[in-house]
Design a protein around this ligand. Structure first.
Ligand code: 5IU
Length: 260
């Protein structure tokens, strides 16, 4: 199943072009670390991207939390992403009717479709969201991660919802890059990528319902291909040192998984 196949092998199994690119980057840079760049000042975002760039495969943003956002941020961010060979991922969690998602994805001040190769979407409103992302103007190569489970305590998502989300994903093989979840799902679809947030060494939780697992546990037990680390890195005094540490732990766990 997908857990014992190498990222390099899975490059050729990916039907979404950004998923293929991501597998390639992971194999080349030997990293399955995604940083959650949840910072609210533009220069802090750019500095973080420079610092952790060598150690990550994906840079995940919440572009709407930036207090001093100006579209001028996007060019240097893309330049850093290209130079360090990582992918920009806007964690927008689209959830409206298709027409509104089309507007949110390609219009407004953020123009997400023009720079984010990857975005997240909820499955709650069904296929309209995916049709909208597929049809909108923007980057030619784009991919969607669908949310099938969350790391939040008390989430309303149940098994039926998770299953229905995977069924929806199957209907858009060229658009869906992967699934955001907390357990080893879609084991027989190695072209898809499992992205798992809620990873930290220091804490087990925060005071707003976030639940953390260790790098080893998300890769070896929960089935993550890419692990998302936010505050474990961004709140560290030296983000580049923390990023290198998480990168090494995650890659060691992945290497161990291949031997199973
Ligand atoms: N994120 C989660 N859990 C989820 C989903 C998204 O934490 O189930 I879906 C996002 C939220 C935040 C990042 O941007 O991943 C985790 O950041 P911390 O490592 O700082 O908790």
């Amino acid at each position: 199943d997908r857990l014992t196949l190498s990222f390099l092998t899975r490059t050729n199994l990916a039907k979404n072009p950004v998923a293929a690119e991501l597998f390639q980057i992971m194999a080349t840079k030997q990293t399955n670390l995604c940083v959650a760049a949840d910072l609210t000042i533009s220069t802090d975002i750019l500095n973080l991207a420079e610092q952790v760039g060598p150690y990550i495969c994906v840079f995940k943003t919440h572009i709407d939390i930036i207090e001093d956002f100006h579209p001028n941020l996007l060019k240097p961010l893309q330049e850093i992403a290209e130079r360090h060979n990582f992918i920009l991922f806007e964690d927008r969690k689209f959830a409206d009717i298709g027409k509104t998602v089309e507007l949110q994805y390609s219009k407004g001040i953020y123009q997400v479709s023009s720079w984010a190769k990857l975005v997240t979407a909820h499955s709650i409103t069904g296929k309209g969201v995916l049709d909208a992302i597929k049809e909108s103007v923007g980057l030619e190569k784009r991919g969607v991660f669908l949310l099938a489970e969350t790391s939040a305590a008390g989430s309303l998502i149940n098994e039926n919802y998770t299953e229905a989300t995977l069924t929806l994903a199957e209907q858009y093989p060229e658009l869906i890059a992967g699934i955001v979840c907390q357990s080893p799902l879609f084991l027989q679809t190695p072209g898809l990528i499992q992205l798992t947030p809620g990873v930290q060494l220091e804490a087990k939780s925060d005071n707003l319902g976030q639940q953390y697992n260790s790098p080893e546990s998300v890769i070896l037990e929960k089935g993550a291909d890419v692990a998302v680390v936010g505050r474990g890195i961004t709140k560290s005094a030296k983000p580049e040192i923390a990023a290198e540490k998480y990168k090494n732990l995650l890659w060691a766990a992945y290497s161990k998984r291949l031997q199973k």
